[in-house]
Ligand binder design. Structure first.
Ligand code: PLP
Length: 382
């Protein structure tokens, strides 16, 4: 079939391999790390990501993002570090959003200057700031949207346009939105990256990453990857390909549950404020509505009261686990001040808008009514 398929159809069918010798309808796990020389076939080798099981997962994520080529790796940081090493060299300049994932921030701030790469952190939501940061040697622009933990929204097409006007690559980490809610390549971005550990895996039992880009860029990426080598083993590649089949199904449910919970919390007298791009009150709502087909499963909130009050509510929740990470079928809560933003000083955290009482919520796929009831009873304990 040549016409464009829907997201659910793509999630189920793209990249899947049927082994005709046995006829099973799921992609087999090919464990070999050595392959025969025969025919004209590409030789499989796990570190190159060229075994059939790895290729199946890579093709599925590429199809979902609407990109030419995909690659799967052993972690999100594996693809992020490999991408930066691919497109930046000594003497180049990188413009990067201040609020990116903590691990990315640490990598960029601590390692790139050592390699002779200049870095400027900016507020990517302000197109003027971003354009003003561009220099003649700017090689790449790197950003996320929505961001962690305040769900700030960045205009993807605008960032891609600024990068293009300066001859720089645009690179986005699409972990929070997933290709079900937004497809940045269609908006002009060059490279899409994922921590597959979150929604792509979706069951909190997998550590992996993925990259999608056009073929000519992927050749360069693969050349670096063959040297850096953060491989995804075939067992986990299988699990990723299997999990991706339900990505659209899961994300649509995450979207619906998060919107309902956000609306409930926003109207609750004990809540000071809710950050969710799907709420009309969110400053990024208009841009989000333009570039996203759903608003995602992540939200954060401020309670009325101090850190002790917030801790009491979190401890009173019964269905929400107090745990790190996000994007799984089960609902989670955490305090970003104690997790993702723990390495920052109190001052830096304040500047980033991350208070000690801010609670981040990863809304799972449970019944929204149950999740709302759970928050209701936890808030009643105050
Ligand atoms: C978790 C995360 C990462 C890092 O991914 P790993 O799979 O843990 O290496 C990168 N970006 C975002 C937005 C994340 O949430």
């Amino acid at each position: 079939m040549s016409e464009k398929l829907g997201k659910h159809t793509t999630a189920v069918h793209a990249g899947g391999v049927i082994d005709r010798s046995v006829g099973g309808v799921t992609t087999p796990i090919h464990t070999a790390s050595s392959y025969l020389y025969f025919d004209e076939r590409e030789i499989g080798y796990p570190r190159y990501g060229t075994t059939p099981t790895q290729k199946a997962a890579a093709e599925k994520i590429a199809a979902l993002e609407g990109g030419e080529r995909g690659f799967v790796a052993g972690s999100g940081m594996g693809v992020i570090s490999t991408t930066l090493l691919t497109f930046l060299s000594a003497g180049d300049h990188l413009v990067i959003q201040r609020g990116v994932y903590g691990g990315t921030h640490h990598l960029v701030a601590s390692m790139l200057p050592r390699l002779g790469i200049q870095v400027d952190f900016v507020d990517a939501g302000k197109a003027d700031d971003m354009a003003a940061a561009m220099k003649p040697n700017t090689k790449a622009v790197y950003f996320e949207t929505p961001t962690n933990p305040l769900l700030d929204v960045v205009d993807i097409a605008k960032v891609a346009e600024i990068a293009k006007a300066h001859g720089a690559f645009s690179i986005i980490d699409n972990t929070f939105a997933t290709p079900v809610n937004q497809t940045p390549l269609a908006l002009g971005v060059d490279v899409v990256l994922h921590s597959g550990t979150k929604y792509l895996g979706g069951h909190s039992d997998l550590n992996c990453g993925a990259a999608v880009m056009r073929a000519e860029l992927m050749e360069r990426f693969e050349d670096t990857f063959h040297c850096t080598g953060p491989t995804l083993n075939v067992y986990d590649a299988y699990l990723l390909e299997r999990s991706l089949k339900t990505l659209a199904l899961r994300v649509e449910r995450h979207n619906a549950g998060a919107l309902k919970l956000a609306e409930f919390l926003e109207a609750h007298p004990k809540i000071e404020g809710v950050f969710y791009p799907g709420l009309a009150s969110h400053p990024g709502h208009a841009v989000a509505a333009k570039q996203m087909s759903g608003f995602g499963g992540m939200l954060s909130l401020e309670l009325k009261g101090d850190a002790k009050t917030a801790r009491r509510v979190v401890d009173s929740l019964e269905l929400f686990h107090h745990a790190v990470s996000l994007g799984g079928v089960e609902s989670l809560v955490c305090f970003p001040a104690l997790t993702s933003h723990e390495k920052m000083s109190a001052e830096e955290r304040r500047a980033a808008g991350v208070s000690d009482t801010l609670v981040r919520v990863s809304v799972g796929i449970e019944d929204a009514e149950d999740l709302i009831k759970d928050w209701g009873q936890a808030l009643d304990t105050l």
